[in-house]
Design a protein around this ligand. Structure first.
Ligand code: BJW
Length: 252
């Protein structure tokens, strides 16, 4: 593992860092078999574009279609397991001094891997809320309705995720911006860096003087600005990085 080309300047930088912040995207779950957002879908959903399903307008047009898409994704995620990339981040949380984990993912795999503090910017696939009242709903009576109905107001239930044109949860976004501004090292992992305001976070970190490390097999709009670019799969790179920085000789 220690043979991977992780620059020694980066190892030094991580060992010296007081606060490390990581932002993850769909790419970190790719090795768990969860399709990323912008890669072509397969099977049942191959003819739909996720960008066109993840909007309030799509839900209003065809709530059953959108609810079923999320139900299908829930099922895929239930069958998936955290991969070595998720596990390495849980390990880093245990070993690094101050560490913040921000995710755009709605799959809950970071928590299942053992990360305790996770800022979920785009909500969670396994929660529902009322489309009318915008309030969380935990239980609803069994019925054949798809989507099910809100037990309080009879409105349609929707997944508690953030769609295009909707605001991110304010407190979570504030905490993420703070964690970016306070970081000495900011890791951007498995995200296409196309969706705002998440895509601003590494730039907030850069402005505050942090080193920004990108981990992605493909270049993104962030790549020209990154201090270090590690081109490869997060499931390979993150465990190697954690072992080299905090393993054996590197423990704080
Ligand atoms: C690997 C790998 C491996 C593969 N290892 N890596 C400023 C400028 C322009 C537009 C805007 C702006 N501010 C706001 C906007 C509008 C909009 C936006 O950003 N549009 C852009 C697309 C242009 N943003 C919003 O609407 C946001 N709301 C908002 O800003 O409210 C205020 C406002 C409203 C209206 C107007 C203006 C302001 C809300 C954004 C919500 C995003 N929601 C989604 C769906 C969540 C629910 C669900 O999952 O269904 O979030 S969209 C989707 O994209 C999802 C993801 O979290 C998000 C990011 O995608 P991600 O994670 O980067 O995945 P991919 O697939 O794109 O990339 C995967 C990457 O992994 C690739 O790079 C691969 O190479 C890599 N990879 N294998 C490591 N093994």
């Amino acid at each position: 593992m220690s043979e991977l080309p992780i620059p020694s300047e980066l190892i030094t930088c991580l060992r010296a860092a007081h606060r490390i912040t990581a932002l993850t995207g769909a790419g970190i779950s790719a090795e768990s078999g969860v399709p990323t957002f912008r890669e072509a879908q397969t099977g049942l959903w191959a003819r739909y574009n996720p960008e066109e399903l993840a909007t309030p307008e799509a839900f209003q047009r065809d709530p059953k279609l959108v609810w079923e898409w999320y139900a299908w994704r829930q099922e895929r995620v239930r069958q998936a397991k955290p991969n070595p990339g998720h596990l390495a981040l849980a390990d880093i949380e245990r070993h690094a001094g101050e560490f913040s984990l921000i995710t755009q993912n709605v799959d809950g795999l970071h928590r299942r891997a053992g990360s305790h503090q996770v800022l979920e910017l785009h909500g969670n696939l396994f929660r529902a809320k009322c489309f009318n009242e915008d309030r969380p709903v935990e239980n609803w009576p069994d019925s054949d309705d798809i989507p099910p109905r809100c037990p309080r107001c009879g409105g349609l239930l929707r997944p508690d995720v953030v769609w295009f044109g909707e605001s991110l949860p304010v407190a979570v976004l504030r905490a993420a911006e703070q964690a970016a501004a306070n970081a000495n090292v900011f890791l951007s992992i498995g995200t296409s860096s196309l969706v705002y305001p998440a895509a601003d976070l590494p730039f907030i970190a850069l402005k505050s003087g942090a080193a920004v490390v990108e981990i992605n097999p493909q270049p993104t709009p962030l790549s020209p600005h990154a201090t270090f670019s590690l081109n490869g799969a997060s499931g390979i790179i993150l465990p190697a990085l954690a072992a080299q920085v905090w393993g054996e000789q590197g423990h704080h």
